[in-house]
Design a binder for this molecule. Structure first.
Ligand SMILES: [Zn+2]
Length: 297
């Protein structure tokens, strides 16, 4: 590695012994430039295997929020951060036992973990899938049901409501950096700096392929959750699959989806989220979606 002073800055050169795959991007807070060098392509062709199966050996499970960041809080005080961690703790042993899949939890206790560190951990783990678990919330207390998001570039966000969700799920990061993100504002859309950050990360990925796989996995997850809930909770509302500019998904090196289990802001949904039965069904849904994805469905 060589470092040389230039008239307009400093040049850093990495001399590599072979023509390796590399990916260069930056992460904020603290600002750093990350150079990944690898002997294998960053995106393997997972459809090349026999029988149309996809290779899924490791999965990163990301329980949303934690520590001082409680996430959304329900009418009776149920905290999103506690629900998401419990669902994650139900998913991990199931994946190990039923699918022989290794799991990384981006947090394993009630601690605050910055969003970009969550995907960095998943990338270092070489996860084949990334599942972020959350609870939905709305100013409209009547909103209910299950919803799944996959990453889209900020200008591709599909609706105002997905921008609102992105703003809420990105809010901890915005608060920490002193940015003003109020209700109904998309952190990325209204903040040129955040938009540049997300764009810089996206530009380093094979965006089309990654977005398509993420979207496909998000659809499997949405379908699996409705199937898991239907027998016991037949009134579950299908809020559909949407794209949004989630910072937590932007740095992921693998297909990623953000799963909104139910609306914690709604009294009936909150009551369900408080039960072990509902949480177990959410965990079952995640495991079933991963199984379906691996089987090439
Ligand atoms: Zn959340």
């Amino acid at each position: 590695m060589r470092v040389g002073a230039q008239p307009k800055g400093t040049r850093v050169v990495l001399d590599l012994a072979a023509d390796l795959y590399r990916r260069i991007f930056y992460l904020p807070e603290p600002f750093r430039i990350v150079i990944d060098v690898s002997t294998r392509p960053p995106l393997r062709d997972d459809k090349a295997e026999a029988g149309g199966k996809r290779e899924v050996r490791r999965v990163a499970i990301d329980p949303g929020h934690g520590g001082n960041d409680t996430g959304a809080v329900g009418p009776t005080g149920l905290k999103e951060k506690d629900v998401t961690l419990d669902v994650a703790h139900r998913v991990a042993p199931l994946l190990a036992r039923e699918l022989k899949i290794e799991t990384l939890l981006t947090r394993d206790s009630d601690v605050y973990v910055p969003l970009e560190l969550r995907t960095a951990r998943a990338n270092a783990f070489h996860a084949d899938l990334f599942v972020s678990i959350h609870c939905n919330a709305s100013d409209n207390g009547r909103a209910r049901g299950v919803q799944t998001f996959s990453l889209a570039a900020p200008h591709d966000a599909e609706s105002t409501s997905s921008s609102e969700t992105a703003a809420r799920e990105n809010a901890a990061r915005a608060a920490r950096t002193g940015r003003d993100v109020g209700d109904g504002q998309d952190a990325s859309a209204d903040d040129p700096e955040a938009r540049r950050e997300v764009a810089a990360i996206l530009s380093n990925l094979n965006v089309g392929d990654m977005a398509a796989r993420s979207r496909h996995f998000a659809e499997l997850l949405q379908r699996a959750s409705l199937a898991s809930l239907a027998p016991r909770y037949p009134d579950t509302k299908d809020q559909g699959v949407k794209g949004a500019g989630f910072f937590v998904l932007a740095g992921a090196d693998m297909p990623a989806a953000l799963f909104e289990t139910a609306f914690i802001s709604n009294p009936e949904d909150e009551a369900r989220l408080a039960t072990a039965d509902f949480r177990q069904k959410m965990a079952d849904a995640i495991v079933n979606a991963i199984r379906a994805y691996r089987e090439g469905k």
